[in-house]
Each structure stands twice: as structure tokens, then as C-alpha cells.
Design a protein around this ligand. Structure first.
Ligand SMILES: [Zn+2]
Length: 178
């Protein structure tokens, strides 16, 4: 399994590629492509570390920091971005939809967090604030892997593996064409 920080970094990069095809957009002054990505660093000795996905605007009048989450449905979430992205995929891509209870189990977040997250995402969907995956008019290839009990297999055989009966990971694999 990938380290959590690696999945989180990948989630930020994915969202940046999707929402900023022409380079980072500063939400404070609107400048496109004139910001520097700050290296992630742990906070130490009274110095604030740089959060993952943090950018700094290079405009002389601005110089403010931001992440790609600003202004999106993900902005105020305390759940890791990669889990919120998975929630979007689960809510938008599964034919039968996905209940808060399923989100809670699959993403291993509290039921309360799952409930708020699914409401926030659903609210954002009708008015288009949730950008189309991969950018407008793009096609994103999806993949999913299921772990857990095979239909008909005895439940005991899978005990203690730390998996729910239907752990599913859904995510984009690559962008395929315009
Ligand atoms: Zn700026």
C-alpha cells in the first residue's frame, strides 16, 4: 500500500492538472501560471511547515499562498483530499449511488464525516461547481479494484484481514483523449 502522503500528493496533483490546465490560478488575484509550488515540510522549532499542495503567488502585489482546494467543494474539508476525491467518484460513478454508510465503511472515515461529505458533494453537483473530471469535454478512464469476500466464500476465511466485505477503491487511471 502506498504511504498516505504519497496518495495525498497524487490527489493534489490530479486536481491541479484537472482544474489548472494552463498553470496554477491564484484565487486571490486571478493571475494564471505565475505561482511557485512550495516544498512540503514538517513544522519544526517554531517554524510553520508548508502544507501539501501549497502554492505562492509571484505577483508583487499579491504574494499570497493558496492550494487548488480554494473555491472548490473540497476547501473546508478536514478529510484528506484523496478520500474526498474517492467519495466524488463513488457518488458520481457508481450506478446504484453510494450511501453515507457505504462511504463511511469504504473510506474509513466516521459516519458523521461521510454524511457531511456526501451532502457537500451532492450540493455541488447540480450547479456545476464540481468541474468535469479531467477537464471540460475530456474523457477519464476509471478503474476500480474490489477487495474482500468472494461471493459464496466462508466469512471466517477473511477474518482479521482488516478489510470490510466490500472494500472498493475507485480512481482515475489516466486521461484518455480530448
Ligand atoms: Zn495572487
Amino acid at each position: 500500500m502506498a504511504a498516505p502522503r504519497a496518495s495525498e500528493a497524487a490527489a493534489f496533483e490530479y486536481l491541479e492538472r484537472t482544474l489548472w490546465p494552463d498553470g496554477p490560478i491564484c484565487p486571490h488575484c486571478g493571475t494564471v501560471g505565475r505561482a511557485t509550488k512550495l516544498e512540503f515540510s514538517e513544522p519544526k522549532k517554531g517554524k510553520r511547515g508548508a502544507r501539501l499542495g501549497l502554492w505562492k503567488c509571484n505577483e508583487r502585489e499579491c504574494r499570497k499562498q493558496f492550494t487548488v482546494k480554494v473555491g472548490t467543494v473540497f476547501e473546508h474539508g478536514r478529510i484528506p483530499l484523496h478520500k474526498m476525491l474517492q467519495a466524488v467518484f463513488l457518488l458520481c460513478c457508481s450506478k446504484k449511488g453510494c450511501s453515507s454508510h457505504q462511504l463511511h465503511r469504504i473510506l474509513q472515515i466516521t459516519y458523521k464525516s461521510a454524511w457531511f461529505l456526501s451532502h457537500r458533494i451532492r450540493e455541488a453537483m447540480p450547479d456545476g461547481t464540481l468541474a468535469p473530471m479531467g477537464g471540460a469535454g475530456r474523457i477519464v478512464e476509471m478503474d476500480e479494484t474490489a477487495q474482500g469476500r468472494i461471493e459464496g466464500a466462508p466469512k471466517q476465511a477473511h477474518r482479521g484481514m482488516g478489510m470490510g466485505p466490500h472494500s472498493v477503491y475507485v480512481g482515475p487511471t489516466r486521461r484518455i483523449g480530448a
